[in-house]
Design a protein around this ligand. Structure first.
Ligand SMILES: [Zn+2]
Ligand SMILES: [Zn+2]
Length: 253
């Protein structure tokens, strides 16, 4: 059996660091921002639309549009392809998430203001009929999450499949014990409507702290005007950094 490090290592060729908080970087979702803004437009929208949001959001890597990681994150759950064909991608993504959580879950927890997360859950799919491979990864495969896994988020069947921030998007099937800190796992973060809506629902159900870890932080640098300039500059800074499994956007020093 190959180890987690062996399975994840080939990904080092195309993983791109998410930049830490600082000038040109959104303090919440770590995408590029223009001028002197400290928070991007979607993160500001989340705060006005929802009663509460995630305390901290972490990522393994940028998922640059049309690049390899973005492709893998779409393919691994694409039911148009046979499950057997997707198994290798699922195993690879499981390995990189496992390896990342082993080292950097602690950094995310610290950034969220807690020593650790007592419960782990994942964002369910609204479309997949066969169940979501992400849930299987987190609840049955990844050694550092399986013992803490609880299925706490149900998609609201009456909610439209849009990209809005809404407390109606998810239902939490049980009350969460006061003081609980929850780690929410998702595959791709675009503007955060799913994870922020889920975080809000979990806090309404009793969670005290919610941290979010996503494998890919969707990124595109093809926008017009100032947004494009800011995104290209961000991507250049990221590309100039050598990939390092031991460094996340919340690592200290
Ligand atoms: Zn943001
Ligand atoms: Zn770290």
């Amino acid at each position: 059996m190959p180890t987690i490090d062996e399975l994840s290592e080939p990904y080092a060729n195309f993983l791109r660091p998410v930049l830490p908080d600082g000038p040109g970087v959104c303090s919440s979702c770590h995408t590029s921002v223009i001028g002197t803004f400290t928070m991007c437009i979607p993160c500001r929208s989340a705060r006005s639309a929802l009663p509460s949001v995630a305390d901290s959001i972490g990522f393994v890597s940028l998922a640059v549009k049309q690049h390899q990681l973005a492709h893998e994150l779409a393919f691994y759950k694409d039911e148009r392809y046979a499950f057997e064909k997707r198994l290798r991608k699922i195993a690879g993504l499981t390995a990189i998430l496992w390896r990342w959580l082993k080292v950097h879950e602690e950094c995310l927890a610290r950034s969220a203001g807690v020593p650790s997360f007592s419960v782990v859950t994942s964002i369910p799919s609204t479309r997949n009929r066969e169940g979501h491979p992400l849930e299987t990864m987190v609840s049955e495969k990844i050694g550092v999450t399986i013992d803490r896994y609880r299925s706490l988020l149900n998609p609201n069947p009456d909610y439209p499949d849009d990209r809005e921030f809404s407390t109606e998007r998810f239902r939490v099937p049980e009350n969460i014990q006061a003081g609980t800190s929850v780690l929410v796992i998702d595959d791709t973060f675009t503007k955060g409507s799913r994870v922020q809506s889920a975080s809000s629902a979990l806090k309404s159900a009793g969670a005290a702290t919610v941290g979010v870890m996503c494998i890919g932080r969707h990124f595109t640098a093809t926008q017009e005007g100032d947004f494009g300039v800011a995104a290209k500059s961000y991507l250049k800074r990221s590309s100039e950094l050598t990939w390092n499994w031991d460094r996340c956007c919340y690592c200290e020093n």
